[in-house]
Each structure stands twice: as C-alpha cells, then as structure tokens.
Design a protein around this ligand. Structure first.
Ligand code: CP
Ligand code: NVA
Length: 311
C-alpha cells in the first residue's frame, strides 16, 4: 500500500486498511528500534514543525523520529514565524513547501490546517487542532493491539469532555477499526451530531453510542479519558470541574465495568480531576506505552507519506 504525498489531517480521510497498514508499519519500526536498528528513510529531508500550542510528546516524537531516520527537524514556535499574523497561511504554506519535505502543524483551527495543506506541495500532518488529534489515535490503537492482540470487537469507553479533539478522533478511529465506541459525558458536552452520524456510517459491525450515564461503562475493555479543559479553554476550568466531577475515572467507576479493564490517557493528565492518582499509577505501563508509541507511529506517518515506498 502506498500513501506517498498524502496529507494526514484527520482519520476521516483514511480507510481501515490504510490505518491498519500505518499501525503495522509503526510496530515493525518499533521492533527494529528495540534491536538498535534505525533507518535512513528520511536522509536529506527537512521537516518543519509548526507549534501554535505547547507540546511535550508530539514535538519530541517528531524530533526523535526525524533523528532516527536522518532527517533534519526545524521547530517553528508561535512567536518564531509570521504565520497568520503578518503573513497569510496560504503564503506560509507556499514558502515552507519550497524548502521543506513535510510540514507538521499543531494549532487551534482545523480550517487553518486545511488551508496549509491546500497550498502546500508537500505532505502536511496534524499535530493536534481543537477538533482532531489523529496521530494520537494511531499510537493508542497500537497500544491497544499490543495489549489485547486484536482491535475488532473490543468495547471502548471514552469518558469526560465528550466533544474535544480526543473524543472526536477516538470515535472516528473506533468506527473505522471496528471497536464498539461509547462516549459517556454530560449532555452539554456531547459530540456534534454530524460527526456522530458520519462515524455511524463508517462503522460496519461495531456500535457508536453516546450516553450521559456512567452505569453504561459496564462491559468496557478500555476506558479512555482526557483533560476536562483542553488547551485554549483554560477560562472554563471552574465550570468544567463542576459538571464533570461525576465522570472522574476512579476505583468506584472501575468496579462498574465487571471486567479487567485497562485505562488509557493521551497525557498530559490533571490527576485529581479526570483521573485519580491511584488509577493513573495502576495503569502507568499502558499510559506511558501510549506516549512511547507516539514516536513510532509518527515515524511511520512521515516515512509513508514522504517516501515512495510500499508499507
Ligand atoms: N498527547 C499529546 O499530544 O501530548 P503533547 O501535548 O505533550 O504533545
Ligand atoms: N484535549 C487535549 C489533548 C492534549 C493532547 C488538549 O487539546 O489540550
């Protein structure tokens, strides 16, 4: 399968087979790295890393993946370039794609990312927007596969802020890959209806459900949570704590699944809000494997979309 020159903006644009191929390729790259083998797929390539918002994992994953594959990464922070301020996104895209071989963008609006991709001649990758965080989903699905040795048919429960970038992207990922997805969140934080219907159209033999009842956690193989206030929403913190308190991932909630459930978190975590310290520490192996897998999966995305290779 070839993904050469394809942008990576949201998983909506990828088929089940394409997503699975990227995960399988990342798994191979991970196994090689564990044996001390790195590659030179990206030798001589230059990679632009645009960050309008801060990052630990995504930034480090791109930089380390570039170093492993012999590319040069250039970090372009919010105050380093003119993007969207003194210079339009269109012009920035046309300049960067004359110099770089791939562009990562982390920012606020998905529409800005789409503009960047439209005017760029080189692949553009979504490093997180307000709406979507697709590279995180590849890492999460690899982590789930490593734990359960399968993806299809697993019961996946997302609990917390039900309409943020993680909830949206996980719903798309589960629908495409055949996991049963339930989003448990207060009604005012339920996902957009259009996206729910789109995900239902993607799902073949799996279910997509939205609920505000924590009892619906019963049967979950995986519980996933994320911060109650995403980057850029800091002023909503007080309000969110009030409405989301009943949706905290704690020992009491875990008792309701009736299963040996694993807990996942994309990080960074606010312990005491969306997850208790105890539950976090009991699942640290899984959670930090997710973090590590960001690097292997981002490496797979860069190689697959820049190089003319079959994955
Ligand atoms: N999970 C994630 O994207 O982390 P960063 O914000 O640190 O990149
Ligand atoms: N929903 C979080 C995810 C961080 C990786 C945010 O956007 O801040």
């Amino acid at each position: 399968m070839k993904l050469t020159n394809k942008d990576f903006l949201t998983l909506k644009d990828f088929s089940k087979d394409e997503i699975l191929a990227l995960i399988k390729f990342a798994k191979e790259l991970k196994e090689k790295k564990k044996q001390g083998i790195t590659g030179n797929h990206l030798q001589g390539k230059n990679i632009a890393l645009i960050f309008e918002k801060p990052s630990t994992r995504t930034r480090c994953a791109f930089v380390v993946a570039c170093n492993d594959e012999k590319a040069y990464p250039e970090y372009l922070g919010a105050n380093d370039i003119q993007l969207g301020k003194k210079e339009s996104i269109q012009d920035t895209a046309r300049v960067l794609s004359r110099m770089f071989d791939g562009i990562e963008f982390r920012g606020f609006n998905q529409s800005d990312l789409e503009t960047l991709a439209k005017y760029s001649d080189v692949p553009v990758w979504n490093g997180l927007t307000n709406e979507f965080h697709p590279t995180q989903i590849l890492a999460d699905m690899l982590t789930i596969y490593e734990h359960f040795n399968k993806l299809e048919g697993l019961n996946f429960a997302y609990i917390g802020d039900g309409r943020n970038n993680m909830a949206n992207s996980l719903m798309i990922g589960c629908a495409k890959l055949g996991l049963n997805y339930i989003n448990i969140s207060p009604k005012e934080l339920h996902p957009d209806n259009e996206l729910i219907n789109l995900c239902k159209s993607f799902a073949n033999n799996s279910s997509i459900k939205i609920s505000d009842n924590i009892e619906d956690i019963k049967g979950a193989d995986i519980i996933y949570t994320d911060v109650w206030c995403s980057m850029g929403e800091e002023e909503k913190a007080k309000d969110r704590i009030n409405i989301l308190k009943p949706y905290q991932v704690n020992d009491e909630l875990l008792l309701k699944t009736g299963k040996n459930t694993i807990i996942m978190h994309c990080l960074p975590a606010v312990k005491g809000n969306e997850i208790t310290e105890n539950v976090f520490e009991n699942n640290a192996d899984i959670i930090f494997n997710q973090a590590e897998n960001r690097m292997h999966t981002i490496k797979a995305v860069m190689i697959a979309t820049i190089c003319n290779i079959d994955i």
